[in-house]
Design a protein around this ligand. Sequence first.
Ligand code: 5GP
Length: 254
Amino acid sequence: MATSDSPTRKALRYTGKAKEVYDTDQPGLVWIHFTDGATAFNGVKKATIADKGRVNAAISAHIFERLEAAGVPTHLVATPGPLDHVCHEVEIIPVEVVVRNVAAGGLSKRLGIEEGTVLPRPLVEFFYKSDELNDPLITHDIALMMGWAEAWELAYLEHAALEVNDFLRDFWGEFELDLIDFKLEFGRATAPGQRGRILLADEITPDGSRLWERGTRRRFDKDVFRRDLGDLGDTYRALFARVFGQDLPAATGA
Ligand code: 5GP
């Protein structure tokens, strides 16, 4: 919630595919602004999807607040507006963590497992976060050798990712959605007193998750856009309504 001593947004630091990161007037805090940008295949396919930013910002904040309460430290500090998160500044660890419960997407392609095959146990994979290299799959040893993370950090990432998976399976299950897979990013806090602490960062949204309706397998995630399965805006508004029990409020044009 915004309060009188809420940080204010300052200079733009970085423009991502679906978010912008700004400085704030408070050291150690950044301002993340969600946009309606949608990309797929490493930016090859691009569109603007009305309401996507508000849906993602609301869902990610809701999940991060629940995770924090459940004991998983996250970067989220406050939500000063429907498109905005104030967050602890972190140095992003360039290792993306994917957890899979059901085969789909990259795993199905790589190993020839039919999409929809339930895995015998959750699978954790590491990818190197690099647009130039197309986020290649990496091993634990590669991450160590390249100095991208330390051994204890990788152990923490894996442990935290499985904990988040347990939480998210129940969370999405309440809305009749099966969590097929998802991607997480973590960072090291930079603020004095917090230095080195690993925080769950970035976002948890249908952009970086696969969510299939139980029974019908209707997609409630960005595969709708990637694979031209329907209208992504309608899909995301329907997801918002399921999660919050009310329609997304009309846009104010702000
Ligand atoms: P896959 O490896 O099958 O393409 O992706 C596995 C899961 O991680 C999917 O839920 C996908 O949305 C997510 N994921 C992996 N890499 C990225 C990425 O660079 N951006 C986003 N938004 N999601 C990703």
